[in-house]
Design a binder for this molecule. Structure first.
Ligand code: ZN
Length: 157
C-alpha cells in the first residue's frame, strides 16, 4: 500500500554511517595489533594481515565518503527547490476529491497540483490526494491543492 517513503527518512543513512566508522575502528585495531605481533614475533604472515586490514579500512572509509557525498547531492537538489511553502489554509479539504491526482517531491512534506510554480523542474511523484494525506503530506499554500481540486470537481459536476 505505502509505495512511497514518508518524507522523514534520513535516520537510516546516519545509522549506517556510524556502523561503518565502528567497523573501520575495529579494522584499525586489528591492523595495529597484528603489526605489533608481527614486529615482536617477526612473522611476515601477521604483517600481511595488518596491511590487508588497513587497506580494507581505507576502502570502507572511501566508499562511505562517496555514499555520503551522494546523499549531500540529493539534499542540494532538494534545496534548489527553495524554502518549503507554507501549508494551505482553506476549508476545502472535505470538498476535494480524494481520488484526484496530486504530486509530491520525495522527502518534502507538501503535496501540490501538477502545475504548482514552486515545483519548477523538480522530480515529482504522482499520488492520489487521499494517499498523500495518509502518508502524512500536507497541502502547499502556493498552489492550494485542496481548493483547486474542490473547485475543479465543482465545475465538472
Ligand atoms: Zn504547490
Amino acid at each position: 500500500m505505502a509505495r512511497h517513503r514518508r518524507y522523514v527518512s534520513r535516520g537510516g543513512r546516519r545509522e549506517t554511517g556510524k556502523l561503518v566508522l565502528l567497523v573501520v575502528l575495529l579494522l584499525v585495531l586489528v591492523a595495529a595489533a597484528t603489526l605489533v605481533a608481527a614486529v615482536l614475533g617477526g612473522g611476515s604472515g601477521l604483517a600481511w594481515i595488518s596491511v590487508l586490514a588497513s587497506l580494507l579500512g581505507a576502502a570502507l572509509l572511501f566508499a562511505d565518503r562517496i555514499r555520503t557525498r551522494r546523499g549531500g547531492e540529493e539534499i542540494a537538489a532538494a534545496r534548489r527547490l527553495g524554502a518549503e511553502p507554507g501549508e494551505e489554509r482553506s476549508n476545502a479539504a472535505e470538498a476535494a476529491d480524494p481520488d484526484a491526482g496530486v504530486v509530491v517531491v520525495d522527502e518534502r512534506p507538501r503535496y501540490h497540483v501538477r502545475t504548482c510554480e514552486w515545483l519548477g523542474e523538480a522530480e515529482t511523484l504522482p499520488l492520489e490526494l487521499g494517499e498523500a494525506r495518509e502518508l502524512g503530506f500536507t497541502p502547499c499554500a502556493r498552489c492550494a491543492p485542496n481548493a483547486t481540486i474542490a473547485a475543479e470537481s465543482g465545475r465538472s459536476r
